[in-house]
Ligand binder design. Structure first.
Ligand code: PLP
Length: 467
């Protein structure tokens, strides 16, 4: 393709995208293809000769689109949302056209400085003190890895990167048994080892880490010669939205000299609403906090924000300064690639800027408040049905429930999820709560309406009773 054809195709793609969004409700939410269907339609080899763009786009519609699960469908109630509000898509179009690699200040000064300002806006929007400094990471998994590496290096007096872990005291990191698998992965990748990630039981309706058990295990570990390094807390776990008592966790961490990282990948967005902040009281005392604006807030995927109380500790852990990455004559600049595991960085701040300006924080807050209210209403309606039970009450806009039909309830509820997703009108996923298979319901898709949530209620009842 030549650049003179680009404009025409780019405009066609914009029309395609708008049509796609207009017709989303007519499509099955979860792709209905079977394994291998897409592969079977793709040629074995790349073409030697150039092909016309029209053929490529036609094939995209024919081969690829049936295998897409529509995360922007307003009746997407599975996992957590991965939103893409229209202004953030426009920002990504620009980012794609510019395709700047923003690893250093000098590789795009405005990208770095926009990132700095956006994270100041967000820090204030979340009600966090300005003692925090932020950075955009590609994912919560990366942010957690960066935090775990910092815990490790801090505990080893910054010798781990140089000397490796053999011969060192075994590091211990603590969390509840509700945390996301990205915590386990960070522990594997950092060389700490799964055996040294100590998962504590939880207490109370929010399934908060048992602080007394945590205190006891830290003391026991110290006595046994381990090196406690940090605690990973969660606000809004993936399964059922578990929330730790952050105040208690950070008080214990301070007494023990431990680093705290808070995973609020999903629920962090809700903290723009002051009335929800009671649930993470104490967050201001954490050393590191991650949340994903691409989940609930509306920023196009991917965009993960990490706040740090002391970015120097992170830089001391990850920064490497070879001559070819130095910016001579500019000592005061920030090179964000020193704050993350990958060197290369996409220009992600632009979509945050477009998003926050196009809706205002109040516009974004209004959506999340609606989602929470609609989820609560739905849970009340489901609870009133004699053949259903609410297993965990809504935490923000996530709750879990079960169908109480005949037979083995785990099997029945898995069949209900599968039938619902094969039906395609809505999309839900399952998890285990206290050993019981339950169905998760979260409201968070950017364009979801109260009618969509009501439609989900009718669909669930209809499909369940026809099982
Ligand atoms: N933490 C929580 C609570 C999550 O729900 C998820 C993903 O859904 C993650 C971490 C991982 O996020 P990412 O895909 O950005 O690595």
């Amino acid at each position: 393709m030549q650049w003179n054809e680009f404009e025409e195709w780019s405009q066609k793609m914009a029309t395609w995208a708008a049509d796609y969004h207009r017709t989303l409700r007519d499509r099955p939410v979860r792709s209905q293809v079977s394994p291998g269907d897409t592969l079977a339609l793709l040629p074995d080899r790349a073409p030697n000769d150039a092909e016309p763009m029209k053929d490529i786009i036609d094939d995209f519609e024919r081969i690829v689109m049936p295998g897409i699960t529509h995360w922007q469908h307003p009746r997407f109630f599975a996992y957590f949302p991965s939103n893409a509000a229209p202004p953030s898509i426009l920002a990504e179009q620009i980012v794609s056209a510019i395709s700047a690699q923003c690893m250093l200040w000098q590789t795009s000064p405005s990208a770095t400085e926009l990132e700095t300002r956006m994270l100041e806006w967000i820090c204030e929007g979340l009600g966090l003190p300005d003692a925090f400094t932020g950075v955009i990471q590609d994912s919560a998994s990366s942010a957690t890895l960066a935090a775990v590496l910092t815990m490790r290096e801090r505990a080893l007096n910054w010798q781990g990167n140089q000397q490796g872990l053999s011969g060192q005291k075994a590091i211990r990191i603590y969390c509840s048994d509700q945390v996301h698998t990205s915590i386990d992965r960070a522990i594997w990748v950092s060389g700490i080892g799964q055996d040294n990630l100590i998962k504590l039981p939880t207490t109370g309706p929010r399934k908060s880490i048992d602080i007394n058990a945590l205190k006891a295990v830290i003391a026991k570990d110290r006595a046994a010669g381990y090196l406690p390094a940090g605690i990973i807390a969660v606000t809004g776990s993936t399964g059922m939205g578990a929330c730790d008592d952050i105040q208690a966790v950070t008080e214990l961490a301070a007494a023990e000299g431990l680093f705290t990282h808070l995973d609020a990948a999903w629920a962090g967005s809700a903290m723009f609403c002051p009335e929800f902040r009671e649930i993470w009281a104490g967050a201001e005392n954490c050393d590191s906090i991650v949340f994903n604006p691409h989940k609930w807030l509306g920023a196009q995927f991917d965009c993960s924000v990490q706040f740090l109380r002391d970015p120097d500790a992170l830089r001391q852990t990850l920064a490497i300064r070879p001559e070819y990455l130095k910016t001579h004559g500019q000592q005061e600049v920030t090179d964000y690639s020193e704050w993350s595991v990958p060197l290369g960085r996409r220009f992600r701040a632009l979509k945050l800027w477009f998003l926050m300006r196009a809706y205002g924080l109040d516009g974004l807050r209004m959506r999340m408040r609606n989602h929470v209210a609609w989820a609560q209403k739905l849970a009340t309606r489901i609870a009133a049905e004699p053949d259903f039970e609410i297993v965990t009450d809504p935490i923000f806009s996530l709750f879990t429930f079960r169908y109480l039909g005949d037979g083995d309830l785990d099997d029945l509820n898995q069949r209900l999820v599968d039938h619902l997703n094969d039906d395609g009108r809505i999309y839900l996923t399952q998890t285990f709560v206290d050993g019981k298979k339950v169905i998760r319901f979260q409201v968070g898709q950017f364009d979801c309406t109260e009618d969509d949530v009501s439609f989900a209620f009718d669909t669930i009842l209809q499909v369940a009773r026809a099982l």
